[in-house]
Design a protein around this ligand. Structure first.
Ligand code: G4P
Ligand code: MG
Length: 185
């Protein structure tokens, strides 16, 4: 177990998404479509569909190369033409797993705005509280984060090799946090 990492199990992802779906309802945001930013946004988006039952469109944008080094700018690695025609006049819920530098998210928002949606709301499981490299365009009026987190590396379950060990590591981490008086879920 790496003490400097923040472990997140599938169950916790599910709980965060369920909680986020309640936030959507509370704020009266009722999206027409979900756009998932792959690959990290795919599983959260699918879970969200369980709660709000909207169609999911997938886009792939990457800011890290294979060697894990930042490229100069985010690039589209998958972009479905169909997405474009489906967004005009629609309320879009854009889902990704993490808001880190915000570069990928802001780039994606900018590209999606070209298709004249009525509104785009951004939703992430985790927002890292740090200075962001870029800000969202002013068109973004709604932003939902399942959890605010300090600038640490988050270990998502879909990256785990041994999922039992990963889940156990989260349990140990949450127990330690509980002893410090922090109840997360
Ligand atoms: P942002 O707009 O969402 O803030 O993203 P940014 O450009 O800063 O970089 C995003 C890439 O870095 C994403 O990978 C994201 O998954 C990954 N990332 C950033 N912080 C963390 C973290 O704490 N844990 C993990 N596991 N990943 C993190 P990507 O290139 O979009 O690839 P993919 O993994 O989504 O396929
Ligand atoms: Mg991602």
């Amino acid at each position: 177990m790496d003490e400097n990492k923040f472990y997140v199990s599938y169950n916790s992802v599910h709980k965060l998404v369920k909680n986020l779906s309640k936030q959507l309802t509370e704020t009266g945001f009722d999206p027409d479509v979900i756009v998932a930013i792959g690959s990290g946004g795919f599983i959260p988006a699918r879970i969200m569909k369980t709660f709000i039952n909207r169609p999911i469109y997938a886009v792939g944008i990457s800011y890290y190369g294979i060697d894990k080094k930042h490229k100069d700018h985010p690039t589209k690695i998958q972009w479905i033409d169909e997405v474009q025609s489906q967004l005009e006049g629609k309320k879009v819920l854009l889902i990704d797993e993490v808001d880190d530098t915000r570069a990928t998210l802001a780039y994606c928002v900018g590209e999606l705005l070209k298709f004249n949606p009525e509104e785009i709301a951004v939703l992430v499981l985790h927002n890292k509280v740090k200075d962001k490299d870029v800000e969202f365009p002013v068109e973004i009026k709604r932003y939902f984060a399942g959890m605010q987190i300090e600038n640490v590396w988050i270990k998502y379950p879909w990256d785990a090799d041994d999922i039992e060990l990963h889940t156990e590591n989260e349990r140990i981490m949450l127990e330690a946090l509980r002893k410090q008086g922090k109840e997360l879920y």
